[in-house]
Design a protein around this ligand. Sequence first.
Ligand code: SF4
Length: 364
Amino acid sequence: MSTCAIPIDLSALRRAGAQAAGAGSTPPAAAAPATQATATPATQAPAPRWPQAAIEALFERPLLDLLFQAQQVHRQHFDPNEVQLSTLLSIKTGGCAEDCGYCPQSAHFDTGIEASKLMPLDAVLQAASEAKAQGASRFCMGAAWRSPKMRDLQRVTEMVQGVRALGLETCMTLGMLDAEQAQQLKSAGLDYYNHNLDSAPDFYGQIISTRSYQDRLDTLEHVRQAGINVCSGGIVGMGETRAQRAGLIAQLANLEPYPESVPINNLVPMPGTPLADAEPIDPFEFVRTIAVARITMPSAWVRLSAGREQMDDALQALCFAAGANSIFYGDRLLTTANPQAARDRALFERLGLRAQGQAAAPSA
Ligand code: SF4
């Protein structure tokens, strides 16, 4: 799965691309969040809840101290052995007008991904039913659009209603939204809208030129104002510095309120994209990013997102210890074969984890 702003089924895309291209303890003072300024003079902007320096200080902590702190925060807000399962479906793949440098769906790059039309409603509902049968509690639908057109919005609202009727939470990622579009999705019952910030503002321009950082913040604001839960995170391993990773977390953690769901993606370099040859990030740095997200956004679902397929079980376990408590689950659920879900079930069994909503095993 890609690190896309749009959470598409990247397992499928990767295959296609490959074919085509060949509370704990008190944090140190420097890492403590600033309290929200209430008596700030009107002429002065309020201090951010999490100054960048405090977030950078978290990144600098010894890894085991950082993990301990993250785990303590995690346990104050969540059952540490419970993981939320989301399944995603690309409802409209490829041919996107944007130029996100990591994304094989961009029409700017020759990645071998063919543009497809919006999936029919019955196929989407079939995939959602299968996801539910596999144990998913949330069904995410992504379309490779700059923003949805009016005629498309009508069709995706039907998908939201249909998936909700199956008893699943719904999430969509359709590109930029204006206030009216966000309201329409809210009226259809949409639970979450995903729109990633991707990276820090001072690195973003190296990755994307067709959509500004402010465009992204505006969409998040429209989603928030409409009363839809915000899902927003980013991608690491694109060549950014540690300070820029901290900058991404600072942007997310200082949103008022911070997102309910925070996907942290590890770049999966895709053939044909400008980031095809990006150097992989140190796995422990990825774990640190998860831990810092957990500490700074204590009640958010922190999703171990793209890149999980490339991680071994031990690294995934470390990510859960760092406070990740959501995953994308399943491979292509339009087919009966689902080896990825089987691997996840085996991992959960070994780690004693369970899916959100599943009863805990009685203690011996
Ligand atoms: S906006 Fe388009 S190019 Fe950018 S990540 Fe989404 S699908 Fe890919």
